[in-house]
Design a protein around this ligand. Structure first.
Ligand SMILES: [Zn+2]
Length: 348
């Protein structure tokens, strides 16, 4: 007698699983465009968020003869879903390939919306991190546990605000943050299904798309995407328009890895944060900053200063002409990383 019931249950669970895989993720509601698509070359776009949906980073996409390649897929399944939806206004070609520049949440947490026919490419280290403890790393933990407080704060500001334009802006920010939180609750870290350790080249008609690992820097597995014909490079957080996060970095090795980037023949950088730029001098400014961060923080550690105090005292203001630095201080997460690296190397 029980068998039909068990069968019915199995069928129901089976159907539910299928539906769960294909349904729209939570948190995609928004009004207006979520992205500005800046066309940088024929078929190549830099996607920058408008604020209608929380995306946190920039992505890029390349429209080829028969397919689309997406570079980085943002902070949540919802953000990736909306990106794909808006790409449909540019092309009806299918997204066959995603490239993760690195494992960080704001670049790879859209991976789960792609079915297994889509090739997701990343460095072997990126796969290992997304398979293991990427959700337990301080950068993501701080981010996701801080979201409810961020929403409360926005709501308090809204309650105290009398200007209608500011009210509308705050309401938009609250809605984007609440949708982001709903999407984070569905998050499953999803690793690349194709990996590289040095380089991998994709050929699409006359287009050549090189994926290159240039050495440890922002993480142990950042890759850049280099289009030699178009003279473009997508750099993720290996090189941004401002300061990159240092929580999983190797600041002293990063300088040399950026020298390898300088050797590529490109005119335009499409960074993971900030607008696209052509000024190659920015690489040197960032290298100088990174050298000085390492020296300054190491010096404070040598003097027995705590990481918390070093974070307030480390003075990099001499770089303020070229980088967004308003006064002394370096984010604690970066200082802590340098302290940990120095301790680890001493133990060896
Ligand atoms: Zn980032």
């Amino acid at each position: 007698m029980r068998r039909p019931l068990v069968l019915a249950l199995l069928l129901t669970v089976g159907i539910a699983t299928l539906v769960a895989q294909s349904r729209k993720p939570a948190g995609t509601d928004h009004s207006g465009k979520a992205f500005r698509f800046n066309k940088v070359s024929d078929g190549v776009y830099h996607a920058v968020g408008t604020g209608a949906v929380a995306v946190v980073s920039n992505s890029s996409f390349i429209v080829n003869d028969t397919d689309v390649i997406v570079i980085d897929d943002h902070v949540s399944p919802a953000a990736a879903w909306v990106l794909l939806d808006e790409i449909k206004a540019i092309t009806d070609k299918p997204v066959t390939t995603v490239i993760n520049t690195h494992f960080h949440f704001d670049h790879a947490h859209g991976n789960q919306i792609f079915d297994n026919r889509v090739t997701i490419i990343g460095h072997e280290f990126t796969r290992q991190m997304l398979l293991s403890n990427s959700l337990g790393m301080p950068l993501y933990k701080n981010y996701v546990t801080g979201l409810p407080a961020q929403i409360d704060d926005l709501k308090k500001r809204l309650a105290a605000e009398s200007d209608a334009t500011t009210q509308a802006s705050l309401e938009r920010q609250i809605s984007a943050a609440e949708n982001n939180l709903a999407s984070q609750r569905e998050l499953k870290a999803t690793p690349p299904n194709v990996t590289l350790t040095d380089h991998l080249t994709l050929y699409r008609g006359s287009r050549e798309i090189q994926i290159r690992y240039l050495g440890r820097g922002h993480t142990a597995g950042d890759v850049v995407v280099f289009l030699p014909r178009e003279k473009l490079v997508m750099t993720g957080d290996f090189l941004t328009a401002g300061l990159s996060n240092m929580s999983d970095s190797f600041p002293d090795e990063w300088v040399a890895s950026l020298d390898a980037l300088k050797k590529l023949d490109f005119d335009t950088v499409l960074p993971g944060h900030g607008e696209a730029f052509t000024d190659k001098a920015k690489i040197g400014y960032f290298q100088d900053y990174m050298r000085d961060v390492w020296t300054e923080v190491s010096r404070l550690k040598q003097q027995g200063v705590s990481a918390e105090d070093a974070s307030k005292r480390a003075d990099l203001t001499k770089h303020s002409a070229h980088l967004p630095i308003n006064g002394p201080g370096v984010p604690l997460i970066g200082v802590q990383r340098i302290y940990d690296l120095i301790d680890q190397r001493r133990q060896k």
